[in-house]
Design a protein around this ligand. Sequence first.
Ligand SMILES: Nc1ncnc2c1ncn2[C@@H]1O[C@H](COP(=O)(O)OP(=O)(O)OP(=O)(O)O)[C@@H](O)[C@H]1O
Ligand SMILES: [Mg+2]
Length: 224
Amino acid sequence: MTVPAIAAEGLARTIDAPWGRVHAVREATLDVDAGESVAIVGPSGSGKSTLLQLLGLLDTPTAGHLSLAGESTEAMSERQRSRRRSQHLGFVFQSFHLIAHKDVVHNVSLPLLYAGVPMAQHAQRARATLELVGMGSMATSAPLTLSGGERQRVAVARAAVHDPSVLLCDEPTGNLDAASSDLVLDVLLGLGKERGAAIVLVTHDPDVAARCDRTLEMRDGVLT
Ligand SMILES: Nc1ncnc2c1ncn2[C@@H]1O[C@H](COP(=O)(O)OP(=O)(O)OP(=O)(O)O)[C@@H](O)[C@H]1O
Ligand SMILES: [Mg+2]
């Protein structure tokens, strides 16, 4: 039996805000296998980003269980969670989050530093990943000179350069037109399949969701 890349059971996240208690995620149960892509759709405020943060160990659930590649995350120290994040998780955000004063190849290399990959391998691995997303010829460009779609392909390369087992994407095509969106999805889903990464992708766009293997819906904090 293969172990799912992500196994979440009854995950919940309650936030005590100054104005009262917020049930950002009430109940989220899902398994995602290596190489599988899952879209999460749902109205604004339904808890999609909070769920991604929980799956990415950027936030801690107030109830439920989360295992990554068969390893329970509850007992992990903050240091172990951080190491896990650096070595096994990749993130793609709607607004790219590229560092403006570093060129493309240096942006893409950055996760290799945090993952503890020897420096001698950084440039070659970053360039190889840029080739995979069709951005090899722009390795020395500054991010601000690129189009939105190009920036997001660089961001996908950065998320995948250290070969993470899980890619978490929050509205990765939210700022892109239909053609750029298609291209970004091609490279993202292609990378996931090729490298056997599990992908969880939050989107408002039904066409984007339809390209993933499965779609789940989040409503008022409940994933169905
Ligand atoms: N730090 C926080 N403090 C208070 N409330 C929060 C906090 N983070 C999230 N929430 C609330 O939790 C709920 C879920 O938020 P979340 O950002 O996960 O929604 P979302 O589905 O990603 O929405 P969108 O589609 O607009 O991005 C919302 O009601 C939000 O206001
Ligand atoms: Mg959100």
